[in-house]
Design a protein around this ligand. Structure first.
Ligand SMILES: C[S@@+](CC[C@H](N)C(=O)[O-])C[C@H]1O[C@@H](n2cnc3c(N)ncnc32)[C@H](O)[C@@H]1O
Length: 364
């Protein structure tokens, strides 16, 4: 059975499930999901209408699904859904939650209490935030995400090189400057009003899904809304499961997802870390006859060494691995032997790394 057919047999992949997220999550098989992205109710506790200086009413999040009678009730809800989510995660799975100052600290404490392991918090700095109309507090210009693995021991997925490439070769930091969802991306209902008050930008999910899952992984969103997580997961060749209680949001999400096309396979493969590539010991090149014992290797400044039968090198007094002998000859603390040493074939000088790449290509 392939990995995909196993999960297809038990999981409702690429579907939006109707109902209460805690109940639905508890009905799904344990340890079956790679990543959970959760954008739960914020419990904004808004009191009264908010107006702009021109007296127009601000379209705030005052929906019934965001109302909780007290912090205690919100905490009980948070505890229950985080426990249901953790049960669903594979041992190496991870969760992202997003929230504002109203709820993110309550979620953060519960995440730690339940045995998840926080990996980072990320500040999503909104490049186009809504102003503070009353002028009584700072403009609320960010939301916080928490990224946590299922446990301290989880070997969670982190596509370091892919995120670095996305950031033009600079290590991705924990502060992300992205606009809120506007323009053509914002879904509208039949009256031209926002289909959902808190639709998240696809760019945010792009970073999360590209950086912390692999193609074919299962991404579950227990507060699916209009399906931003599903839309990005589908484009990126991941399977999604959405849970949403409100019919109108499910309908908007279904319509949206039907129009999404998966990117082709070639564009989906991302930069990988050298560390993630299979390790090839230099001795394998000798065992396989790609280099013979006694063959002479040359360094960039003319140093030479001979290959020995056990995959070590010898050059005068210096003996050891390709790295150790290179470092000794250069009087350097370390040396990457794979890029340092070359051999001769048909009059040409070739890096030994070419042979390693040949072996790696056979492994994939
Ligand atoms: C903050 S919004 C998520 C928006 C979504 N990220 C998007 O981009 O469209 C939270 C959603 O959770 C849903 N919801 C709240 N409580 C729920 C529950 N107990 N079970 C299922 N859905 C729930 C709400 O209807 C709402 O659509």
């Amino acid at each position: 059975m392939t990995k995909n057919s196993t999960k297809a047999a038990v999981l409702p992949l690429n579907q939006i499930l109707a109902g209460d997220s805690i109940e639905v999550m508890n009905s799904l098989p344990e340890a079956s999901v790679d990543l959970i992205f959760a954008d739960p109710p914020y419990n904004l506790q808004l009191k009264g209408d908010l107006h702009r200086p021109d007296n127009s009413k601000v379209d705030a999040v005052d929906d019934h699904w965001d109302q909780f009678a007290s912090f205690r009730i919100y905490d009980e809800f948070t505890r229950a859904w985080l426990a249901a989510a953790r049960r669903l995660l594979k041992p190496n799975g991870a969760i992202w939650v997003i929230g504002s100052y109203h709820n993110v600290f309550r979620m953060g404490a519960e995440i730690q209490n339940q045995g998840y392991w926080i990996l980072n918090d990320v500040v999503w700095r909104k490049s186009n935030p809504m102003p503070n109309f009353r002028g009584k507090r700072l403009t609320n210009a960010h939301e916080t995400l928490i990224w946590a693995s299922k446990s301290e021991d989880s070997k969670y997925t982190f596509n370091y090189e892919a995120l670095k490439a996305l950031n033009e070769g600079v290590q991705m930091r924990s502060d992300w400057v992205l606009p809120i969802c506007t323009g053509h991306e914002r879904l509208k209902d039949e009256n031209g009003d926002k289909a959902h008050p808190t639709q998240k930008p696809e760019a945010l999910l792009h970073r999360v899904i590209l950086g912390t899952t692999n193609p074919g992984d299962v991404v579950l969103d227990p507060f699916f809304g209009t399906g931003t997580t599903g839309a990005v997961a589908k484009m990126l060749g991941r399977d999604y499961i959405g849970i949403e209680r409100e019919t109108s949001y499910r309908t908007a999400a279904e319509k949206r997802l039907a129009k999404i096309r998966k990117f082709d396979k070639e564009t989906l493969s991302v930069s990988t870390s050298k560390r993630a590539e299979p390790r090839v010991p230099f001795g394998q090149l000798v065992e396989r006859g790609m280099l013979r014992p006694g063959e002479v290797l040359v360094g960039p400044r003319g140093h030479v060494a001979k290959v020995r039968a056990d995959g070590t090198l010898i050059s005068g007094e210096a003996k050891g691995s390709i790295h150790q002998v290179g470092a000794a000859l250069e009087h350097a603390p370390s040396c990457n032997g794979w890029t340092y040493w070359h051999f001769k074939r048909e009059g040409k000088t070739v890096s030994i790394d070419v042979l390693r790449q040949q072996i790696r290509a056979e492994m994939t």
